[in-house]
Design a protein around this ligand. Sequence first.
Ligand code: PEP
Length: 230
Amino acid sequence: MKLIAGNWKMFKGPRETREFCAAFSTPAGVDAVLCPPFVSLPAAVESGHTVFAQNVHWADDGAFTGEISAPMLLELGVSGAIVGHSERRQYFGETDETVARRTVAALRHGLRVIACVGESLEERESGQMDLVLRLQVETIADVAGAEEGLAIAYEPVWAIGTGQTATPEQAREVHAFIKSLLDVPVLYGGSVKPDNAEELLSQEGVDGALVGGASLDVESFTAICQAAAT
Ligand code: PEP
């Protein structure tokens, strides 16, 4: 079954979350996950949908202002977390090492994890893509291994929020490369929309999608989930 995760980023407080959740139902044959901001997690969990956080810290508690731990998420009924999103890496100093620490701590507590990797345009064009992806994936693989509950999201940074997607061939190629390093489900992310979802999701090695912008609207997120179920 394909995993379709909607990363809402810093959109939708509790009221809008309740509205979305009331209007959304997961199509049969797909594992649909909603990833709202931290403050909206209780509202999303109450709706009965599967809910992931957008980040999780490696410690159970401690002096880490602004962070949230795995036990706190579990207490709310949250099922998993995204870690290492490129926006966290780009704007908040997340590194391969911190991503790996967050991943392994969350898995040990029984949370599912979507760990994000992906190259920038500059890295792709200068021929460094394989090296960058290898480092990102192997740092996670070294500590977590191919553990149950772990998925990688391949999100080329140049495709996130830009309307540009990897071609189906590019996605196939990179997903195969990632799986050769760590044999877990690999999701594609980067401007997935209702009109390109079916083609991307039907590629070999594409086990689902991490959807940003198009996950904010119930109809478009539902359409993407339906494309995954076919
Ligand atoms: C994302 O936020 O992970 C993402 C892929 O965003 P978008 O679908 O808007 O490109």
